[in-house]
Write a protein that binds this ligand. Structure first.
Ligand code: HEC
Ligand code: HEC
Length: 214
């Protein structure tokens, strides 16, 4: 799986070079990750077909995007390379894997396509393999953090280095702030209400507020 995913990534990169930017060129300038996530689960319908842990999506028609890019990331492919692979995939679409539904081309265009690609590149394959289901985590705040928060946040006490959201060691949020944020989510951050129980949200908030900055 890992080798196959890297093959696809490298293959697409070579195709891009050969085509001489014929598909619209590489991503440029700044991208709006919040817009990218909104489109991924909304208008662009990516979530209907793809699993992406950070977006909370579980589609199975297309490849699992965490699995697809974890290997590439471990092999040292840069985020911008991954972003361009995703952008190319959005522009070109593809045939069906095994005679099933193909991926339509140009579900989103222009800046929106770039935002989705940047968002996917920022989160795909960054988390731990497959997060265990919340019921197995009990109220171990650190385990919950590692499963559900580490892909996006840096927190030394959990050994995490995510950069999608703020560095929690620097932010040092109060327990109540974490409870509120985790329950309701933010512009980019998913809400965990319904996914984590109130006791689990309290536990992860206590872990964060008591360990941040230490
Ligand atoms: C109707 C279902 C469908 C939708 C909607 C869809 N995809 Fe896909 N996607 C697929 C299928 C099927 C493949 C596998 C194609 C292949 O291997 O030829 C794929 C492949 C991919 C790949 C390549 C993965 C790899 O293993 O290299 C990426 C990246 C991707 N899609 C991203 C997206 C994004 C971003 C969106 C939203 C803009 C999206 N997809 C919307 C079905 C879909
Ligand atoms: C997909 C990435 C992502 C995941 C997963 C994620 N966060 Fe966030 N988090 C963010 C971003 C981005 C922000 C900035 C605010 C926003 O989204 O609007 C943020 C903000 C925060 C804040 C700051 C709130 C404030 O008021 O300043 C806290 C605290 C926080 N997250 C804790 C967590 C915890 C705990 C978890 C796991 C239960 C988690 N986050 C999971 C991306 C994420």
């Amino acid at each position: 799986m890992r080798r196959w995913a890297l093959g696809v990534a490298v293959g697409l990169g070579a195709a891009l070079l050969a085509a001489g930017c014929g598909t619209g060129g590489a991503a440029k300038g700044t991208s709006d990750l919040a817009n990218g996530q909104k489109l991924f689960t909304g208008t662009a319908t990516c979530s209907a077909c793809h699993t992406l842990a950070a977006a909370g999506s579980t589609g199975t028609i297309g490849p699992n995007l965490d699995d697809a890019f974890r290997g590439a990331r471990e092999q040292g492919l840069s985020q911008s390379t991954i972003e361009n692979v995703v952008l190319d995939q959005i522009r070109l679409g593809s045939g069906a894997v095994t005679g099933g539904t193909p991926m339509p081309a140009n579900l989103v265009h222009g800046q929106d396509a770039q935002d989705v690609a940047a968002y996917v590149a920022s989160v795909a394959g960054t988390g731990s393999a497959t997060p265990p289901p919340p019921s197995q985590l009990g109220t171990d705040g650190k385990a919950i953090f590692k499963a559900d928060c580490s892909s996006c946040h840096t927190l030394k006490a959990a050994g995490s280095t995510g950069t999608v959201g703020p560095n929690l060691d620097q932010l040092k949020p109060k327990q109540a702030t974490v409870v509120h944020q985790v329950t309701n989510g933010g512009a980019v951050m998913p809400a965990f209400k319904g996914k984590l129980s109130p006791a689990q949200i309290q536990a992860v908030a206590t872990f964060v507020s008591s360990s941040a900055g230490k």
